[in-house]
Design a protein. Structure first.
Length: 188
């Protein structure tokens, strides 16, 4: 009888162990599902948008996601050569294409309203959900006509993260592609 009782205790203990293991696995799975749902609620989705018209040229970084995009590193190139700023890219283009700068100066002397807005993205920049960051905006027909080709030479690589620490990279050169998940952003 003691041997039978021992077996019954053993079976009950084994059953309790099995049930607690199933409960632990279910808890871990549920935690994973909740974490995935939370990540989706703060997921940034960065893309580039280029707008051209006879009156203006604009290049923006957009965050069409649900959470803020925290920029961790930025790589800028002009014709494949590293650059420090968007302003430097414009200066290099103007040096290569002096007729563009000459046309802009002539338009200003003639009283044309021209406006150049630049903002070089940098590490630490936060782009809130459903907003855009203007990288370059050239307003005025002379600027649009003469400086529109500069956009084809611009290279921008962004590495950004969500609030949960998941990071992605997006490149202006591949602006039709999806952002790519990356384990961490390089230091810029």
């Amino acid at each position: 009888m003691d041997e039978r009782r021992f077996r019954l205790d053993f079976v009950i203990a084994l059953g309790a162990l099995l049930i607690s293991t199933i409960a632990a696995v279910a808890t871990v799975y549920q935690t994973h599902v909740i974490a995935a749902e939370f990540s989706a609620t703060v997921w940034p989705y960065v893309s580039f948008e280029e707008n051209n018209s006879p009156w203006s040229v604009e290049l923006d970084v957009r965050n069409d996601g649900l959470g803020p995009a925290i920029i961790r590193s930025v790589g800028l190139t002009f014709d494949g050569k590293p650059q420090r700023s968007i302003e430097g890219m414009l200066a290099e283009f103007a040096a290569r294409e002096p007729q563009a700068l000459t046309a802009a100066r002539a338009a200003l002397r003639a009283g044309a309203k021209l406006k150049i807005t630049t903002s070089t993205p940098s590490s630490g920049l936060v782009i809130p959900a459903n907003t855009q960051h203007v990288v370059i905006r050239l307003e005025g027909p002379v600027l649009a006509r003469n400086f529109q080709p500069v956009i084809k030479h611009v290279g921008i690589a962004l590495c950004y993260c969500s609030l949960t620490g998941t990071c992605w990279t997006q490149r202006f050169q591949n602006r039709d592609s999806e952002p790519k998940v990356t384990p961490a952003c390089p230091r810029s």
